[in-house]
Design a binder for this molecule. Structure first.
Ligand code: GLY
Length: 394
């Protein structure tokens, strides 16, 4: 009788486990192995270009890997991904490769041409410093913060994103929230509070001016740099001026999570939670958690999703979940749901395909018909970061 009971319980357990779909935790280790295989492939296809001007893989264009220069806004993501592969696998080959590519970005520390130096240097040198201390790399972070600070307008209290154009005098984009981490980092290294002060001033004005009552964000604001008055609220990569461009929502979420981590000012945590709520509860967010390229894009068959927005969101949510004592909105589960979807064949490339990039189906700029439904190096970077962050949380 005892044997029969044990036998029946075993059958019930097996039946239960067969009927349940896998959780992200079930697949995490396998996915880490696959990321490594794919990036060996990407590395082998591009390593001979490392000493040429165009060296960093960004996407696939016309069936070929598109390589970009140091000055491309995405140049830090490839070295950053190599650093995460090292931290995920413990394999020193990735560290060697990450260092090679990181050092190629050396001159960016002096560049004041736009705000993206925060992305470029924090993802490369910033990640290098998480692996090993280095005075030389500390000084790259501080010099980059000096360069970025040259774009800060004291009276308006914002960092100018792009240079003036026919359309805008002093454009600030929501993406700029992502460059603040480097400023916080520079103050920690140097002890100079100016970088920290610029970061919080920019973040406060972003809360005040960039966000709508539903906690969605505009993409581009044109400021009067003398008075701080807002001259226009527009989009560049979204569906319309009043729409919620998916990656912009993800940049804002991630940026305010970083601001809370670095300042412990509750306003930033509240802002991050509200943005996370906008994303998670959006009626047009598909069940798999991967948004369309814009939350307000017309509801048509074939409207592209944006895996990059999903990966950035998942990574931000993992960190956000560590700051919430009672995660009643279940942001950790939401992040796992996104990661499970991104790890499945619909989004994660089959071995030997996608030219070695990890994720398919991202959108660079649909209104410009550029990089629509393609792999993007920053989708891969935030996917790897989310994989790394998920380890200590589940
Ligand atoms: N920061 C540029 C973009 O997200 O496309």
């Amino acid at each position: 009788m005892k044997n029969l009971c044990s036998y029946l319980s075993l059958i019930v357990l097996v039946a239960l486990s067969c009927s349940e779909s896998p959780s992200f935790l079930d697949v995490r280790e396998t996915v880490i192995g696959k990321t490594s295989e794919q990036y060996h492939d990407l590395y082998n296809q591009t390593r001979l270009e490392i000493d040429k001007a165009l060296r960093f893989p960004r996407t696939i264009d016309n069936g070929q890997i598109k390589l970009v220069s140091n000055y491309d806004w995405t140049s830090g993501f490839y070295p950053g991904s190599l650093w995460y592969l090292h931290r995920l696998t413990g394999d020193s080959i990735w560290k060697k490769r990450a260092l090679e590519y990181t050092k190629k970005l050396d001159t960016i520390q002096y560049w004041t041409g736009n705000h993206d130096v925060g992305f470029m240097i924090e993802c490369s040198y910033g990640n290098a410093l998480k692996v090993a201390k280095s005075k030389a790399f500390d000084s790259v972070i501080v010099q980059t913060a000096k360069s970025l600070s040259a774009r800060f307008h004291e009276k308006a209290g914002i960092i100018q994103s792009w240079n003036a154009s026919e359309k805008w005098d002093c454009p600030v984009i929501i993406d700029n929230m992502m460059n603040l981490e480097l400023l916080f980092h520079a103050t920690k290294i140097s002890g100079d509070p100016r970088y920290y002060d610029i970061a919080v001033t920019h973040a406060n004005n972003t809360i005040k001016n960039h966000y709508r009552p539903d906690f969605s964000s505009y993409h581009v604001l044109d400021y009067d740099k003398e008075t701080g008055a807002i001259k226009a609220r527009n989009t560049h990569q979204g569906f319309s001026d009043e729409s919620a461009w998916a990656r912009g929502q993800a940049w804002g979420l991630y940026g305010f999570v970083v601001c809370y981590r670095e300042t412990k000012d509750k306003r930033y945590l509240e802002q991050a939670v509200k943005i996370a709520g906008f994303i998670k509860n959006h009626p047009r967010l598909p069940k798999d958690g991967i948004p369309y390229w814009d939350y307000d894009a017309p509801n048509a068959k074939g409207t592209p999703r944006d895996a990059s927005a999903a990966a950035i969101t998942a990574s931000a949510l993992y960190e956000l979940s560590t700051f919430i004592t009672n995660d009643e909105d279940r942001y950790l589960d939401f992040a796992d749901r996104i990661m499970l979807s991104l790890s499945a064949p619909d989004y994660f490339a089959e071995k030997g395909t996608n030219k070695g990039f990890l994720l398919k189906h991202s959108v660079g700029s649909l209104p410009h018909n550029v990089e629509v439904d393609v792999p993007l190096n920053y989708a891969d970077y935030y996917f790897l970061e989310a994989l790394y962050r998920s380890e200590s949380l589940n």
